[in-house]
Write a protein that binds this ligand. Structure first.
Ligand code: PEP
Ligand code: MN
Length: 361
């Protein structure tokens, strides 16, 4: 249920509506629009049958939200959510006019590796650095990531390049630690329905990128986002990373349909990961171009300067730095064609001066 307040409704009128919701055991989610305040009622709405919400002063309309996800729905909020990323030196916004590229290795493997790749992706125009410190590997004997040391190296790469970072948090217990280093929490596909973890990041104020579970429907994906939103964190973005189908030529089947479908169903930014979506670097450029043409707000891409020796199994889907920079030029043209832009200002891209210096500052 969304309660639309009248233009110029007073604080007291809003508080009164909130009190009535709380009296019947519901919680409120207040969204201050440019013109009006919207109040979402959270909880089992059947209790509202006895509350004459439409009669309360300052209330213009009460709209039932039909979708099972409420706060994530376009019915609840028609304007796009734009998420400001505060870490790093240059402000980055996700969900606005500019398409955002997040790039880096699958996993942080060493100081030399992450700082070299960070510098290269920044020069090519990426605005957020990706890299896993904790890796959710299918087998227990595969490289599991550098863990805490990986977080420290990501922070060093951020310091050296000014790029904000995104990294995966896998457990509830790690939220505080990972949150101390990262600018965006990544929730991996395998954890999309780890509801305790979703609630945990929902209780923080940091942006969260939620990856689609490999067998999740669009509705399940949105309900997972709803778990985070329902805890008060409004800074959520969704990432389509391919789903399981009968096809084995590619690692996953990137569901391009999900991009316009999600843009219609939700106000949350939509990111596409063509690396896990294909599993093959030769397919990444075309799928990236398609994603932007389909309306994605950003891309998450794996880039490695030495994929042959990468410690994760994701070398085959990682672009080489030169391929990545060529692709970025093409993507700028696609972005322009759909009324957006992608590359940062040249002076921002050239602000990176350092190479790997051998010491962490
Ligand atoms: C990743 O981004 O490296 C990753 C593990 O992705 P996913 O959770 O989509 O498999
Ligand atoms: Mn990976």
């Amino acid at each position: 249920m969304v309660i639309v307040m009248k233009l110029g409704a007073t604080e007291q009128q809003i508080e009164h509506v909130v009190d009535r919701l709380r009296q019947v055991g519901l919680r409120e989610h207040i969204s201050e629009g440019e013109e009006r305040t919207l109040i979402g009622a959270i909880g089992d709405e059947r209790v509202l049958q006895t509350v004459p919400l439409e009669a309360l002063s300052g209330v213009e309309r009460v709209i039932p939200v039909l979708a099972p996800y409420k706060l994530a729905s376009r019915e609840f909020q028609s304007e796009d959510t734009v998420i400001g990323i505060s870490g790093g030196v240059n402000g980055v916004e996700i969900g606005g006019k500019r398409v955002v590229v997040m790039a880096g290795p699958c996993a942080v493997e060493s100081a030399e590796q992450i700082i070299t790749i960070a510098g290269l992706v920044k020069q090519a125009g990426a605005v957020i650095l990706r890299g896993g410190a904790y890796k959710p590997r299918t087998g227990p004997y595969s490289f599991q990531g550098l863990g805490d040391d990986g977080l420290v190296l990501l922070a060093a790469a951020r310091k050296q390049t000014g790029l904000p970072v995104i990294t995966e948090v896998m457990t509830l217990e790690d939220i505080d630690l990972v949150g101390g280093y990262t600018d965006v929490f990544q929730i991996g596909a395998r954890n999309m329905q780890n509801f305790m973890l979703l609630k945990g990041v929902g209780q923080t104020k940091k942006p969260v990128m939620l990856k689609r579970g490999m067998s999740a429907t669009i509705e399940e994906f949105l309900l997972a986002a709803e778990y985070i939103l329902s805890q008060g964190n409004t800074r959520v973005m969704l990432c389509e990373r391919g789903i399981r189908t009968f096809e084995t030529y590619t690692r996953n089947t990137l569901d391009i349909n999900a991009v316009p479908a999600l843009k219609a169903l939700t106000h949350l930014p939509v990111i596409v990961d063509p690396s896990h979506g294909t599993g093959r670097r030769e397919l990444v450029p075309a799928v990236s171009r398609a994603a932007i043409a389909a309306g994605a707000d950003g891309l998450l891409m794996e880039v490695h300067h030495d994929p042959e020796n990468s410690l994760t199994g994701d070398g085959a889907q990682s672009l080489l730095p030169d391929q990545f920079s060529q692709l970025m030029e093409q993507l700028e043209r696609i972005a322009q064609a759909v009324g957006r832009s992608l590359l940062p200002q040249k002076e921002v891209a050239s602000a990176f001066t350092g190479g790997w210096s051998g010491t962490l500052t």
